[in-house]
Design a protein around this ligand. Structure first.
Ligand code: ATP
Ligand code: MG
Length: 407
């Protein structure tokens, strides 16, 4: 008989046991407790303890410091990561972004520094008992997202919590408690004070999740939408269209590129690029979003006429996303799926080896023909490849003849 595979929970349990044997308090904390109580598989199991980071290090010599200033240690067991964090408070927040300093404190105080009651519970995996100092179980039962303590204060401390409230409410299908919701509306304009990277990290999780439609409506209702990014003006009609597109996308987890492209006005490539820039996304993601926006614009303007146009779309790694985006856009426009159907029919007729055949001529060949390096060479190269995709030329000789013609 093979040994049963140890999972992430076993790894966290191992850490708890070892800490307890050394005389420390140690429990599961935060999101994993919430998910366990909801009967969902937690993404990861976090351990909280009264042992200091140094004491944790002594018990687990190979543990690494992550966020050392917060007293979080990362250890690996059975192939899984476990975060072991020392009970702490977050001291003062000077800027609505980062605590000035952390102090190691009691479990009760650690619960109170957490954002929402549903995220503020602990679980003793040995006694199999929930430890709830903040009323989390009650709110979980009533399906409510509520800050721990006065919402005004908690959102003033850390503005990102406003987006986190939207994320949890949408993802879990919970409502945001009325005072918490009112406080978000009042504080929404402060979102730009936090770094674009932190905002995007949260926004990306919100928009790629199957719950993105509910989340988008919450972002609009709370006015957080208007403060996501300075280059992205809130426009009621455009935002309503975006919502319809989101709704018509596949009801699964979707790629970031598709989510962003669905939110942006069709064909507005400059705007898309500027927004991606100020959201601080990677170049690769920005290029994907701009390509989707541009390509959808071309399809909707009936500008995919030649076989080469079609094949170049099909050869792109975002092609599947483009099809999903097109269908969603047509649904949002309520005008049937004519362009989608036509494009798919045309695409199905292209033999796979003709989508992106190796070029008949490359840059070297053109240099060899005496064409100097520069924009001219690029232009000719592209024109020859287009002709090849259109099957107007089929051999290297024909390609060379075309080059001479184009010069
Ligand atoms: P997920 O399943 O998405 O990971 P999670 O609840 O585990 O949800 P994390 O972002 O991983 O969320 O954070 C772990 C825990 O740390 C939270 O449950 C919460 O208790 C606390 N926490 C995280 N971010 C904040 C914050 N900005 N303010 C206060 N507490 C926070
Ligand atoms: Mg987590």
């Amino acid at each position: 008989m093979t040994k049963p595979k140890r999972d992430a929970k076993d790894a966290a349990l191992f850490a708890v046991q070892k800490l307890r044997e050394a005389g420390h308090a140690a429990v599961f904390a935060g999101g994993c407790v919430r998910d366990m109580l909801l009967g969902k598989e937690p993404k990861d199991y976090d351990v909280a303890t009264d042992a200091t980071p140094d004491q944790v290090k002594r018990l687990f010599p190979r543990a690494r410091k992550v966020g050392a200033q917060f007293g979080v240690m990362l250890l690996r067991k059975y192939g899984h990561d476990v975060e072991v964090a020392t009970f702490r408070t977050d001291g003062d927040y000077a800027d609505g972004r980062h605590p000035e300093r952390v102090e190691f404190r009691s479990r009760e105080e650690d619960a109170r520094r957490r954002d929402f009651t549903i995220n503020g519970m602990f679980y003793d995996p040995i006694a199999e008992q929930v430890i709830d100092d903040v009323g989390g179980q009650e709110d979980l039962k009533n399906r409510i997202v509520r800050t721990i303590g006065p919402p005004e204060e908690r959102f003033a401390e850390d503005h990102l919590r406003m987006l986190r409230a939207v994320r949890f409410a949408a993802r879990l299908g919970f409502s945001i408690e009325s005072r918490t919701l009112a406080a978000i509306k009042r504080h929404a304009h402060r979102l730009p004070a936090i770094s674009a990277e932190r905002v995007y990290m949260e926004f990306q999780q919100i928009m790629t999740d199957p719950s993105r439609v509910v989340a988008w409506l919450l972002l609009l209702e709370t006015r957080l939408r208007a403060y996501l990014c300075p280059d992205w003006p809130a426009d009621e009609r455009a935002d309503a269209m975006a919502g319809k597109r989101l709704k018509a996308l596949p009801p699964s987890h979707i790629d970031e590129s598709l989510a962003l492209a669905a939110l942006l006005p069709v064909g507005a490539t400059k705007l898309a690029s500027a927004i991606c820039h100020s959201l601080r996304v990677s170049n690769r993601l920005r290029e994907a979003v701009v390509w989707l926006t541009a390509s959808l614009g071309k399809i909707q303007a009936d500008r995919i006429t030649e076989p080469a146009d079609l094949k170049m779309l099909m050869a792109h790694e975002e092609w599947r996303n483009l099809l999903d985006l097109l269908r969603a856009d047509e649904t949002a426009l309520q005008r049937g799926s004519d362009r989608y159907d036509a494009l798919v029919t045309r695409a199905d007729a292209v033999p796979p080896d003709q989508i992106a055949p190796p070029p008949l001529l490359n840059g070297e060949d053109l240099l060899g023909m005496g064409i100097p390096e520069g924009p001219e060479l690029g232009r000719i190269l592209r024109a020859v490849y287009r002709a090849q995709l259109n099957q107007a030329i089929r051999t290297r000789n024909e390609a060379s003849a075309l080059v001479r013609e184009l010069r």
